[in-house]
Design a protein around this ligand. Structure first.
Ligand code: BDP
Length: 722
């Protein structure tokens, strides 16, 4: 038997050598994401074939069937042969998967699974009946699935399979994508095509892409998806759309991805025929309860609601003189009998409060600490303004110890160049998560607030505003896939390293060759700082064009409200630039602990947040020794040259990448360089009207006069409602 397997291996081996050579030249469109499963190099193949020689595991549930399918598909692709599969008999080198309930082999091993909880897994090299095998074991079928993806990653990143002993479990409970998808399939702030959800054909037609979406999510540990825009339409809660959502839930269930919906606060009026949506009105409460019952009848594992209320014109409890807690609790009580949750967003700032916008969420939510029901989690953006290239952590983190707070990051790059700029977001996520709130002394990081450790919360979560769409490559560009990937990995473990995640992603997405991995990871790791430099250096923020948010607009003024303008945030005048948020200004700093404020002003951080917290005179010296004006020009220019460097690095890597992905990335990098220059030139031209200082020697003047930049218009820009 062994002999004949060996013979097959060598025959397939020759075939595959040819196949590998051919596939290097073959175009790829990015559809496979980081789950490419292309054959490993010959040197690894023999090794892996011996260590993953067979698949053993029963498939009594759809989840375990998904495990089997994924392992089969993955191993067949990576090892370039059909790996034999059986239900039970362990052969030498087999991969045995399952739970103690589904696999007698695993049950008899008495593995230490208990501490791994409902979603953790164990991958271990063991001997069963005298044979060396690898077990992928967990308490639940979904845990086994996560373990299977982890096992495949081991091969995809060329790690050894012998002597494995990996135990892992997620640190965060709700790991969700938030889709800002509208029911007409447009996507608010979406840059990767139309919505994946083909509502018209649902629930009868389940596009196979739904399965691939759920596979991708599960491969990085994402366990929930909010299907519709936070600017929700009440219609998403009508029977028609609920049936359609149930179709999606069916498609995602084998992969452990639960469906959630954004709820419009006035749905009881708009689709329920009530006269009010007052959360304390008994009829309103009853309406939400009945609605929840109706949803759970269709989607038994429905996760719950996301609510954007009294924010940017959306209705909410304050319309009825009730608090956010009243609003959240009314919905929470409706889903509580079904174990659902309410994720209530803290992204609020009022038209009527003439206070610094950065202060308003804290002002509204902090007094409500302790007033939310147990199944409410308050969803807080990483910073107090809005997903800017750089913001200090949101002051609510650490400030509401009696309320579970979840993180909201934005994966789609609304403020970071849409899909044509290569900006790897994990360093931004990591910077926020590692920030110290000092709420309970040093080490009270945002990550510890989010994973519940700091205040002992069991309900924990992290949401990422999704960047997916119908583009073949899912995310608008190949490198934007890395942001989806990194979000999942950080939601699983908020202390993970952005660099290590980049390494894994690069290896899985392109190549394991160190001559490729090293420069690409270098590019990725520097890319966010480059974007900060060419868009909003030194703590500037909210300087983009009005409404579309495409390109620079530091001159944006007027319009419906001051805090939707750029001048409100840059406060440029003859004396200097920046928002004074100290005690002499808006005093937003008072919302942070004094140690955190000290850290913001630390020389190491000062340049990062200088103009976020201070109005600084043009001639003030920065930490570099240059004047502020000279430093700004230097930063903008550095951002441009860093994008040019990325283009040059990529240009030298053609040998490692298929032509299609290589060429698209090269073109996007050229767009990025052009747009970085646009940002630099437009901002310098505008701010120079205040600084009235020449550019330091050696720095080129903006290509066009200011009026040119101010006059640029981009009607029908992507991601904007028309
Ligand atoms: C802003 C977006 C807007 C969203 C809003 C939100 O520009 O389209 O509706 O955030 O998060 O970043 O609610």
């Amino acid at each position: 038997m062994l002999k004949s397997v060996a013979r097959t291996i060598s025959v397939v081996g020759i075939g595959c050598a040819l196949l590998t050579a051919a596939s290097a030249a073959q175009a790829e469109d990015g559809y496979d994401l980081w789950l490419r499963y292309r054959p490993v190099e010959t040197a690894w193949r023999a090794r892996y074939r011996a260590e993953a020689a067979a698949l053993v595991g029963a498939t009594p549930s759809p989840q375990l069937a998904a495990v089997r399918t994924e392992l089969q598909h993955g191993l067949d692709g990576l090892l370039a042969e059909t790996v034999p599969a059986t239900q039970s008999a362990p052969s030498e080198g087999a991969v045995v998967f399952g739970t103690p309930a589904s696999s007698p082999l695993i049950a008899q091993l008495n593995l230490p699974l208990q501490p791994l909880g409902p979603e953790g897994y164990l991958i271990r090299s063991v001997v069963i009946q005298g044979r060396h095998v690898t077990v992928i074991a967990a308490n639940s079928d979904i845990g086994v699935l996560y373990g299977a993806f982890r096992f495949l990653r081991q091969i995809q990143t060329r790690q050894p399979l012998d002597r494995l002993d990996i135990a892992d479990a997620p640190k965060v409970k709700l790991r969700l994508l938030n889709h800002w998808d509208n029911l007409d399939r447009t996507i608010e702030r979406g840059y990767a095509g139309a919505s994946l959800w083909d509502w018209q054909k649902l629930p009868d037609y389940l596009d196979p892409r739904y399965t691939d979406y759920a596979r991708a999510d599960a491969s990085i540990g994402i366990n929930g998806t909010v299907l519709n825009n936070v600017n929700a339409k009440a219609e998403s809660l009508t029977p028609l759309f609920l049936r359609r959502a149930a179709g999606l839930a069916d498609a995602f269930r084998p992969y452990g991805v639960r469906v959630y919906l954004s709820a419009r606060f006035t749905a009881p009026i708009e689709i329920g025929g009530l006269k009010t949506a007052d959360p304390l009105d008994p009829q309103v409460k009853a309406w939400w309860r009945a609605k929840a019952d109706e949803i759970y009848a269709l989607i038994p594992d429905f996760g719950g609601f996301v609510v954007k209320a009294n924010s940017e014109g959306e209705p909410g409890p304050q319309d009825y003189h009730r608090t956010h807690a009243d609003g959240a609790n009314a919905l929470a009580q409706a889903v509580a009998p079904h174990h659902g949750v309410v994720m209530y967003r803290a992204f609020v700032y009022s038209q009527d409060v003439p206070d610094d916008r950065a202060k308003q969420a804290y002002a509204e939510f902090k007094p409500l600490d302790g007033q939310f029901d147990a199944n409410v989690i308050v969803q807080v953006k990483n910073g107090a303004i809005d997903f800017q290239p750089r913001e200090p952590f949101h002051p609510l983190f650490g400030a509401m110890p009696r309320t579970p707070l979840m993180m909201e990051f934005q994966i789609t790059k609304e403020y970071l160049g849409f899909s044509t700029h290569l900006v790897y977001l994990a360093p931004l996520f990591e910077e926020t998560l590692r920030s110290d709130t000092y709420a309970k002394g040093p080490g009270s990081t945002v990550a510890k607030v989010v994973d519940g450790e700091l205040d002992g919360h069991a309900l924990t979560g992290m949401a990422g505003v999704a960047n997916t769409g119908t583009d073949r490559n899912w995310s608008g560009s190949i490198f934007d896939q890395a942001n989806w990937y990194a979000f999942g990995r950080l939601a699983w473990d908020p202390t993970a390293s952005s660099r290590e995640i980049a390494q894994d992603w690069t290896r899985m997405t392109f190549s394991n060759d160190p001559a490729f991995v090293r420069p690409v990871v270098g590019m990725m790791m520097g890319s966010r700082e480059a974007a900060v430099d060419y868009m909003t250096p030194l703590g500037l923020h909210h300087q983009m064009a009005r409404s579309s948010h495409y390109g620079p607009g530091p001159w944006v003024a007027g319009g419906p409200r001051p805090d939707w303008t750029s001048v409100y945030f840059n406060k440029a005048d003859d004396k200097g630039i920046g928002f004074d948020r100290t005690a002499t200004g808006s005093d937003a700093v008072a919302q942070y602990t004094s140690q955190a404020v000290k850290a913001f002003d630390d020389p190491a951080n000062q340049d990062r947040f200088l103009l976020w917290f201070h109005h600084v005179s043009w001639d003030a010296r920065t930490t570099s020794g240059r004047t502020l004006w000279d430093e700004m020009v230097a930063r903008y220019s550095r951002g441009v040259s860093e994008t040019a460097d990325m283009g040059a690095t990529w240009a030298g890597l053609g040998a490692y990448v298929d032509p299609e992905r290589f060429a698209q990335t090269a073109t996007f990098l050229r767009i990025q360089e052009k747009e970085a220059r646009w940002w630099r030139d437009a901002c310098i031209a505008y701010f120079q009207t205040f600084s009235k200082r020449p550019l330091p020697t050696g720095y080129a003047a903006p290509e066009h006069p200011l009026a040119y930049y101010e006059g640029l218009q981009f009607p029908f820009a992507a991601g904007t409602a028309h």
